[in-house]
Design a protein around this ligand. Structure first.
Ligand code: MG
Length: 166
């Protein structure tokens, strides 16, 4: 494989009924009356990052590696998936250069939690916080995100061979 590789990840989870909160996003519990529907802890952002990392090294996606038909993944902390993906990246001889994410969420405002998410993600990946970038956008009141039916997350990552000039 070449010295630098790019990966793309995307995920969507449906919002559950009122009384199911908080929201689990980026390894952080965000206070909200509605949580996300999912087989695992439904952390839509960590799933997108996991798929981006796996994609960068040409590995199968999160759904193939951790199927929702496997009871072992029920309610599972998505940090496990992300940690596994980063281990695979390093086992392939690569290290993270940086990753950039967008979370599409109508409510609540995520700006107060973005730094906590960046630190949480950096901690799981064991990389400097400066390598993690995060943006939050609304759905402008239209589409599944705008109608508060779902939250989406997208992530691109760049990895490079360790000890190389990329
Ligand atoms: Mg998911």
């Amino acid at each position: 494989m070449s010295g630098t590789r790019i990966g793309l990840g995307e995920d969507r989870h449906r919002l559950d009924a009122p009384g199911t909160g908080p929201l689990r996003i980026g390894g952080v519990n965000v206070p909200h009356e509605r949580g996300l529907v999912g087989h695992s802890d439904a952390d839509v952002l960590l799933h997108a990052i996991t798929d981006a990392l796996l994609g960068a090294i040409g590995e199968p996606d999160i759904g193939q590696l951790f199927p929702n038909t496997d009871g072992a993944n029920r309610g599972r902390d998505s940090q496990d998936f992300l940690r596994f993906a980063m281990e695979r990246v390093r086992a392939s001889g690569y290290e993270l250069v940086n990753l950039d994410c967008v979370i599409l969420v109508e409510k609540p405002k995520l700006s107060p939690y973005k730094d906590a998410m960046r630190h949480a993600i950096a901690g799981i990946l064991e990389v400097p916080v400066a390598e993690i970038s995060l943006k939050a956008k609304t759905g402008e009141g239209v589409g599944a995100v705008g109608r508060e039916e779902a939250i989406d997350a997208r992530c691109v990552v760049l990895v490079c061979r360790e000890h190389s000039e990329a």
